[in-house]
Write a new protein. Structure first.
Length: 353
């Protein structure tokens, strides 16, 4: 029997950049021919959602906007062209809501680079609502035995850090520094890195995050950036030979660490930039960059294959990152904490509350 779809639903809506966020009832959308309608059960809150609301980036959002892009739920309707997603399937609505599937980038499976990419919670309405539309080709397939609350953060944070670790080229047994380790992306990055056989230096601040990184998430060393008088020296000293980590994954939301990483990365090492602090610039000393032969690159979410692989790591029980669940109505509280850097791990919103 086809599930009953209400005409109205609860959503968190903004009408202007930086303006009030209103928890209210809005109409439920209808999926187009190549789309599915997903009854979102849980949605993670990514720092990207806060950037979108604040207007931090040189890319306009749609308005009014429903944010969110870590949505896990159940397919309740599909367009007439959709053949490979069934009503009742569990799926994830990711940052990449859709892409053209025809351009050079899409053909090369670099669909995040598609010039026509549609972004959930940014250029199309996202997952901070009970019913969200996604392109069928791009919704992530979630096995039915997996918990939809715990998997929600994998749909952006997990996929992104898994891709970033692959892009780093770090091999099992090598060291990776995760900068912003106690946050949403950082906590998942440690779990993926550990599962991939890497050794981890967590960099963040505060005892709560330190303990989490060292005791639960997989870091062997921790550098508190606020307490350290010389982060560069301390990160290098954290590797047994003092030459620094083979890779650096930058998931912090501040400019300074982006200007330090090239100094402590090991010769031949790779710095992977993932965090997107507003108006920030990268900086690296040319002399050391050349004579150390370092690589600096950006990494942006992941393609459909990366997404399926990241979910598979979770399905095999390798990914256990902390999350706290609150109602969809509490988004403002989550943003307040996020702005202060006061969230260890991720918040997940339950759309039924
Ligand atoms: P978060 O707020 O959960 O975590 C950020 C962490 O960085 C916090 O724990 C904070 O204490 C830490 N931090 C701040 N300054 C630091 C410093 N100097 N050194 C070390 N750590 C520091 O944020 P999140 O949801 O994990 O997102 C992180 C960033 O990644 C955001 O900018 C987000 O937009 C971006 N992002 C990028 C992609 C991509 O595809 N490239 C995907 C998702 C998110
Ligand atoms: Zn995100
Ligand atoms: Zn394309």
């Amino acid at each position: 029997m086809a599930p009953e779809i209400p005409k109205e639903q609860w959503a968190q809506v903004i009408d202007k950049t930086g303006g009030e966020i209103t928890y209210k009832k809005i109409p439920v959308g209808k999926p187009g021919p190549d789309e599915v309608l997903v009854n979102i059960k849980y949605s993670g809150v990514c720092h990207t959602d806060l950037h979108a609301w604040q207007g931090d980036w040189p890319l306009a959002t749609k308005m009014p906007l429903v944010g969110g892009h870590e949505g896990a739920g159940v397919v309740v309707a599909r367009g007439e062209l959709v053949k490979d997603v069934e009503i009742g399937d569990h799926v994830g609505v990711k940052w990449l809501n859709g892409s053209c599937l025809a351009c050079d980038f899409c053909q090369e499976s670099d669909e995040p680079l598609c010039p026509k990419a549609q972004l959930s919670g940014y250029t199309v309405d996202g997952t901070f609502q009970q019913y969200c539309i996604g392109k069928a080709a791009h919704v992530a397939r979630i096995p039915k035995d997996l918990p939809l609350d715990a998997i929600a953060p994998v749909l952006c944070a997990g996929i992104t850090v898994y891709k970033g670790l692959k892009e780093s080229g770090a091999k099992p047994g090598q060291w990776v520094a995760i900068v912003g380790a106690g946050g949403g992306l950082g906590s998942l990055a440690q779990q993926y890195a550990k599962a991939m056989g890497l050794r981890i230096i967590g960099i963040d601040t505060g005892d709560e995050k330190k303990e989490l990184c060292l005791n639960s998430l997989g870091s062997e060393k921790f550098v508190d950036f606020a307490k350290s008088s010389n982060v560069v020296k301390d990160v290098q000293a954290a590797t047994p030979d003092g030459l620094g980590p083979h890779a650096v994954l930058l998931v912090a939301v501040s400019e300074k660490p982006f200007q330090q990483a090239a100094e402590y990365v090991r010769p031949r090492g790779t710095v992977v930039c993932i965090g997107l602090p507003a108006g920030a610039y990268l900086k690296a000393p040319i002399f050391e960059s050349v004579v150390k032969m370092i690589s600096i690159k950006g990494s942006y979410v992941g393609n459909r294959k990366d997404s399926a692989e990241a979910i598979d790591f979770f399905a095999r029980g390798l990914i256990n990152a902390p999350f706290q669940t609150v109602g969809l109505s509490e988004l403002n509280m989550v943003y307040d904490k996020m702005r202060k850097g006061a969230i260890a791990g991720r918040y997940v919103l339950d759309t039924s509350k």
